[in-house]
Design a protein around this ligand. Structure first.
Ligand code: SF4
Length: 333
């Protein structure tokens, strides 16, 4: 028997997911065996540099890996216990927008320039909640109010709004059908700092109001600190460190995570030079052997070049993939 919605503990479960893109001449090893879980009402931050495989992971949750070049080689992606990769057309339609909504960096990729914002928000409500036109428009105006835009502006077109307001419209669209999972892919990157703070505050308020689970994809640790409960650090298609916000911010261990934090400016020491991680993220068509971070790692040893490190648990909530850590040594941290 199918469980009721509130009985689901995990909104999202990803197990051992592997995704490649292939062309005649090469294979891009985009996602290389990741696990991920988001419980109801919780927010996971997926952090890493451009090209780490974050967006590909997000697209797999909506079963939107572009074919024929993209292929899910193995693994499982479950939303509320149902395997997304086995869903038929009808189930996928209900999944996209109804259960899972995604916000992208550029709001114009989601907005139609020749339709009023009210109509665009109402459209999803009509389809997914089977509401009539009048009810859907009323709800669209309410959603605009919720994101801090007067409902009276529902008849205006996207070009009449500023960048920050357009992104709020997209958030209103994404939340109009009360999705179980909201994915925000660098959703505030293009906004200026003040608007970014407003949008993050809004995301936090909406999370509390609707108990929505969220996946926040970002390269910005400041955003993670604002909105996330748990954090996964991704490098070359793998999760290299995962823990609660406190685990990652107060007891981080992986050399790559350390590098990400060291490359942030220190507000208390403005004269100190930034320490960017040396080198570049590896070419995903030709990943280094062993630990893919070894060419950039100051702690690399011989075994790092040969053996990919397995998962080692630091605590019940915190794991890393690194040869440096010995989980049999209790005094190590
Ligand atoms: Fe560095 Fe080795 Fe750890 Fe990789 S496994 S992060 S190369 S110490």
């Amino acid at each position: 028997m199918e469980k009721r919605r509130d009985e689901w503990e995990k909104t999202l479960e990803i197990k051992d997911l592997v995704i490649h893109y292939t062309s005649d001449s090469e294979t891009v090893y985009a996602v290389n065996g990741i696990d991920m879980e988001i419980s109801k009402g919780k927010t996971l931050g997926l952090v890493g540099e451009t090209g780490a495989g974050k967006t590909t992971t997000a697209l797999s949750i909506l079963n939107l890996i572009p074919e024929p070049s993209g292929k899910i080689i193995s693994g499982e992606v479950k939303v509320k216990g149902k395997d997304v990769l086995q869903m038929g057309t009808q189930e996928l339609r209900s999944l996209r927008g109804d259960q899972v909504a995604m916000i992208f960096q550029d709001p114009m990729t989601s907005l139609n320039p020749i339709k009023s914002v009210g109509e665009q928000i109402a459209e999803g409500i009509k389809i997914h909640q089977k509401a009539d036109k009048k009810t859907a428009m009323k709800r669209a105006r309410e959603m605009l109010e919720l994101v801090g835009i007067p409902g009276s502006r529902a008849n205006e077109f996207p070009h009449q709004f500023s960048g920050g307001m357009k992104q709020r419209v997209v958030i209103a669209m994404a939340l109009a059908c009360s999705p179980d999972l909201l994915i925000a892919d660098e959703a505030t990157t293009a906004l200026d700092v003040t608007i970014q703070a407003q949008v993050l505050k809004l995301i936090n308020q909406l999370k509390e109001k609707y108990n929505t689970s969220m996946l926040i994809i970002t390269h910005d640790l400041g955003i993670v600190a604002e909105v996330c409960d748990n954090v996964s650090i991704m490098y070359a298609g793998r999760i290299v460190e995962h823990g609660t916000l406190e685990d990652i911010f107060d007891h981080l261990y992986h050399p790559y995570t350390k590098g990400l934090f060291d490359s942030l400016p220190d507000i208390n020491n403005r004269h100190e030079e930034l320490k960017p991680i040396k080198g570049l993220i590896p070419d995903p068509t030709n990943l280094p052997s062993g630990c893919p971070f070894h060419p950039r790692c100051n702690y690399a040893k011989e075994c790092c070049r040969k053996e990919p490190p397995g998962r080692k648990w630091v605590s019940d909530t915190h794991y890393i993939c690194c040869h440096l850590y010995d989980d049999t040594d209790e005094n190590q941290l």
